[in-house]
Design a protein around this ligand. Sequence first.
Ligand code: NAD
Ligand code: ZN
Length: 262
Amino acid sequence: MRPDSFRPDFTPDSAFTAYAKRLRDLIEQSARTVAFTGAGMSVESGIPTYRGTGRLQSQYDSDKYASIEYFHREPAYYWNYFRDVRFPSIENAKPNLGHLALAELERRGILRGVITQNIDGLHQEAGSRKVLELHGNTRQYYCLKCGRRYDFREVREKVDKENPVHCDNCSGLVRPAVIMFGEALDYDVMESAHVWCLECDLLLIIGSSLVVYPAAEFPLVARRAGAKLAIINVDPTPIDPIVEFTAHCPAGNLLAQTVWHD
Ligand code: NAD
Ligand code: ZN
């Protein structure tokens, strides 16, 4: 892997040196690497996960704020959660070393792209261009009635004045452009993600508990098509026994040491 002029400030952690070397070897031996990321990827940016280490502790229940059925029944619940929890964690979040390292791998032509379950947009902010967002993006909003789009800033201002948030055009209910529990995933995005998994020879899985669909499925699709699997996740995952590489640690520093080394 070619060292590059761009290198963020970080102090290498000697505990990760051997892991980073093994992961780098795997990536160098591969011709078509794809990354697959979950909520753990953004923990070091200050955004909590739903499960396991880094979990969100709040009075809000993810079965409610992430459910389309509940959104229609009690939309103010989502908007309270947005105002109290989601907005403060996302507003100031910046890409961490792990996001920057994946963007750098793509820039060097080593990584085909990132398939992500995350809805925070941090991969793009880090410079990744090829990002398949399976669950949409929490920075975009739209009116359920007329389709008018709203960005994060606009809904942030509106939610302080009214709850739930309504459209300026038509008074319709405004919702986030994320896929909630009970909604279908976008077919084209899923199709592309499947193709990437079928065509890769190394799937680098970062920060996902791999217990829910479709997260649980992608590694198996890639593996069945002959790819090697590598996992960086703080907690163990159900597929640890069948992968080529596992590191149970925070991803940021390890990825940085994998990409930027002496
Ligand atoms: P998850 O919450 O089920 O699991 C996250 C995993 O990340 C855990 O197993 C944990 O061990 C690991 N982890 C925690 N800190 C880590 C770190 N620093 N480095 C590496 N791993 C770390 O996450 P999931 O599987 O992505 O499923 C949750 C769903 O919730 C996703 O589908 C996503 O749409 C949504 N979600 C998104 C965000 C976000 O956009 N940042 C945040 C929370 C939840
Ligand atoms: Zn409208």
